[in-house]
Ligand binder design. Structure first.
Ligand code: ZN
Length: 132
């Protein structure tokens, strides 16, 4: 089995303990309208993803930071590459980009929060195949 890095686990929304189980039930490409559905436990190592009741409320802080990053980047790109367009262009474009990226921001905020503040570290013994 290929060994996965922490960065690869975060990018692919994998469990922080085994780096193999999926955090979300469906891929964004498979069922984009169900992007919020999170697995309760890791399908590979049975780690409970919601570390305590309401754990993922903390992901709002990460989400806020990511949203601000997208918002400021979009405004920066508009200003510098499109020669500071009229105000209505900003008003239409910036929220549209943020809305389009909402599923991505939602998922990365949860993944980053679980990996950063979940209190779970990578454990090699969970990477082995589960014997049935
Ligand atoms: Zn796992």
């Amino acid at each position: 089995m290929q060994k996965k890095s922490a960065l690869s686990a975060i990018i692919n929304h994998k469990c922080p303990r085994c780096r193999q189980g999926d955090l979300f039930k469906y891929s964004l490409l498979e069922k984009p309208h169900r992007f919020t559905e999170t697995n309760k436990t890791c399908p590979h190592c049975q780690l409970i993803f919601e570390r305590e009741p309401g754990f993922f409320f903390g992901a709002m802080y990460v989400s806020y930071a990511l949203t601000m990053g997208v918002l400021l980047s979009t405004a920066f790109i508009l200003y510098n590459l499109f020669g500071d367009p009229e105000l209505w262009v900003y008003i239409l474009t910036v929220p549209s980009i943020v809305l389009l990226l909402l599923p991505v921001i939602f998922r990365y905020s949860r993944t980053l929060y679980l990996h950063g503040f979940g209190g779970v570290s990578f454990d090699k013994k969970y990477t082995e195949e589960v014997e049935l």
